[in-house]
Each structure stands twice: as C-alpha cells, then as structure tokens.
Design a binder for this molecule. Structure first.
Ligand SMILES: [Cu+2]
Length: 407
C-alpha cells in the first residue's frame, strides 16, 4: 500500500512549509495493493533530529495538538483531512528537517519532508540561516537591477499617508514585509524574515558578515564574502547608517518590549508604538533609515519592521485582538483617511493611483504563496489582522514568530 500526504492541501513540494498555526493537510491511499478491508488505520507522526524542527497534529480545526495521530483512511482513495503545525519552541533550521511519516502497523506507507518555517531573532540565527537570508536578499537586489527596487519605491514620501497616515500603519507594514518575504522565498524557500529586537543589544546583526558595520562616515562595511557588499538602490551602491549607540553592546534608548505591550488593551492605544519604539528605532540611526523617503533603501529596515510586526503579533496574542469585527482590535473612529478603514484595499497592491491615492503604485499586486491563499492579490486593511487564522482559518498568512504562540 502507498499513501500520499498533502501539506497545505497541496501535492506540490513548494507547499511543504508549516508554522505554529495549523496547516490543513490530507492523506489518501494511492495504491491499495493487497488490502481488502475498506478502511485502514494509519499512524501519522513527525520524525525530527534533536535540534531543528518538530511538528504536532490534530484531526480538526480546533482541539488539542498531539505528537501523533491515528487516521481511518478508506482504500477507495478518498482523502482524509488532518492538521499539522510546528511544535512551539522547535522551529526548523534547514528545509525539510522534519519528516512526516504514515505507517500501517510498522510498515512505512508514505512520508513527506516539511519545514517549520518561522521568523526568528536575527541576533540568534545560525551562520547557515544568516547566509541563506543575505544571499536571497542580495539576489533580490541584484546590484540594483532586481525586484527589490519596487520595494524601495513603495516606501517613499509619496506613499507616506498610505503607510503611516493612520491606523493601517501596522497592517500595511505587515503586508509589505510579507510581500518581501515571499519574494525571498521564491529565491530560497528555506528563508524567513528575521527580526531585529531593538530593545536589546544585537551584536551579531551589526557585523561585517551580516548587515554590516558602519565606519566613521557611516558607510556600511562588509566582509569580502558578504553579497550585501554590492547592495545598490536608486543607482547608487552602498548603505549609509550612523548608529547613535554602540552596536557591539548597546541598544537604542526606546520603550522596552514589556512597556510596548503594556500600552493598552485597545488598538488605538497600542498603536502609539508608531512613535516609540518604532520611530525611535529608525532615528537612532543617522543615514537613510532615519527618514521615511529613504528608509527602505537599507535592508535593516525590514528587520526593524519585522520586530514592529512581532510586537503587534505578541500584543494581539496577549489581549486577543485578531478579530476585525471586534472594535478593540482596530481603530475604527470616523475620520480615518482612505486606505486606513477596515474594508479599504491597501495601496500599492490595489493599483489605485491619483485623487486621494499616490500618483503611482509600484510593484504590482501582492505576491502569492504556494502554502496559503491569504491575504490575496489586493489585500484590504482587515485582511492584515488575523495572520494566524485564529478567527478564520482561511485568513492564515503563512508566517509566525519564534516567541509568539498559536495556542
Ligand atoms: Cu514605514
């Protein structure tokens, strides 16, 4: 007998990536061989190395996760659903470092490799994770000729009011980061966007091997093997960054994570974090990252914002703020400009230009994922809230943070 295991309800190898939030999966018999009973009882479990990814299972969209599952699978070939999620605290290090096996008794009848692909603290990446990330990022930039230029062009003064002019600040940047992450994953699917936890020293990020070290003029220096040395935006090679703190052992003077999470239980109170710590994290660097118009020229921007998004995710989990139908999850006051109300589509993915919107919409529609359908080609503000599919499983956006649980 043989069975097929479909991860994210797909037979494609491109879909074999999971997060803490459970992925819908299917199993079906593809070759019944000599089996005569109408149903077989198959045992499903994840095989992991001591380090790296581990997975858990459940039969339905709710209920407890367990380390293995017994499924009653018809030999007719009809699919049986189940769910797989990463075991919290056990993200993968390498692609396919977990194997999901199906056994009939002790006989292996099917298996599939998966990766528990999770956004991690950039300061704690393995050299392999770090190098794959900067390699994919450098390829996306392609010495200024690559797709990255569209991301740089999206985040300018022209789009300022779309991204920063109201409460969609957080969902807009969540979507923007996810679009970039999906482009990186199209280059190397094992990559996820890491975050710069800016309320702690992060000596491993500001090195010549990773995001670079600033010289006295603010020119960022890289090691001879670091592909970011060719980073080019707007036709000019190089990155300018003048940290106002000692990157080897200090961090910017800004609100701590605990202070940020304690801003309040209403979104409109939490959103004050746009000033502190978010704004201060930017302005603690002279150079391009300190101004909206040029901030996205620096790859560090995306690690900084990944932490902003992680703080929002953590706050959402802490106070239960995933449901766009609940007022406390968002700021629904009248007077919010276009692009900042829950039903509005967000620029530039909606392609709308002129009038109340910016004159151009760089980059085209939102990047798609082989693993999940959300947030769609033209995300609305409301699509940015329920990133784990905690309220509606179809809203799951396909990313998770190493220290923000699903359940
Ligand atoms: Cu921004």
């Amino acid at each position: 007998m043989n069975v097929e295991l479909q991860i994210n309800n797909s037979a494609s190898a491109e879909a074999r990536f999971v997060t803490w939030a459970p992925s819908p999966c299917r199993i079906r018999v593809t070759n019944r061989a000599a089996v005569t009973t109408p149903i077989v009882n198959l045992h499903i479990q994840g095989i992991s190395a001591a380090s790296g990814g581990a997975v858990v299972f459940r039969k339905t969209t709710t209920g407890r996760f367990s380390s293995s599952l017994t499924l009653h699978v018809p030999i007719s070939g009809a699919s049986v659903p189940f769910f797989v999620g990463g075991r919290f605290g056990r993200p993968s290090v390498n692609e396919g470092d977990v194997t999901i096996e199906a056994r009939d008794g002790t006989t292996l009848v099917g298996s599939v490799p998966v990766m528990v692909r999770i956004r991690k603290n950039a300061n704690a990446l393995t050299p392999g994770e770090r190098d794959r990330f900067i390699s994919a990022f450098a390829q996306l930039n392609n010495r200024g000729a690559g797709r990255f230029q569209a991301f740089r062009d999206i985040h300018t003064d022209a789009g300022d009011l779309e991204a920063h002019g109201g409460p969609a600040f957080l969902p807009w940047h969540r979507t923007y980061l996810l679009g970039l992450e999906r482009e990186l994953q199209a280059i190397d699917p094992s990559v996820s966007l890491p975050y710069w936890r800016f309320d702690r020293a992060a000596p491993n990020i500001f090195t010549r091997e990773f995001l670079g070290e600033s010289d006295d003029l603010g020119t960022v220096q890289f090691s001879a093997t670091n592909p970011l040395q060719f980073w080019t935006t707007d036709g000019v090679q190089g990155i300018n960054r003048r940290p106002q703190f000692k990157t080897a052992d200090e961090h910017p003077d800004l609100s701590t994570e605990a202070e940020t999470l304690a801003l309040g239980r209403l979104y409109r109170l939490f959103r004050e974090m746009q000033g502190n710590p978010h704004g201060l994290a930017h302005t603690n660097f002279g150079g391009s990252i300190s101004s909206i118009d040029t901030a996205a020229k620096d790859p560090l921007f995306f690690l900084l914002h990944c932490n902003v998004d992680r703080l929002w995710a953590k706050w959402q989990r802490q106070v239960g703020r995933f449901d766009p139908a609940q007022k406390a999850s968002y700021d629904t006051r009248r007077g919010n400009r276009i692009g900042h109300r829950l039903p509005n589509t967000m620029w530039p993915w909606n392609g709308i230009t002129g009038g109340d919107r910016p004159p151009t919409a760089p980059g085209g529609p939102m990047a798609e994922s082989p693993c999940v359908a959300a947030p769609g080609l033209q995300p609305r503000v409301r699509d940015g809230l329920d990133y784990q599919g905690a309220i509606n499983p179809l809203s799951r956006m396909g990313f998770d943070y190493d220290d923000v649980r699903f359940d």
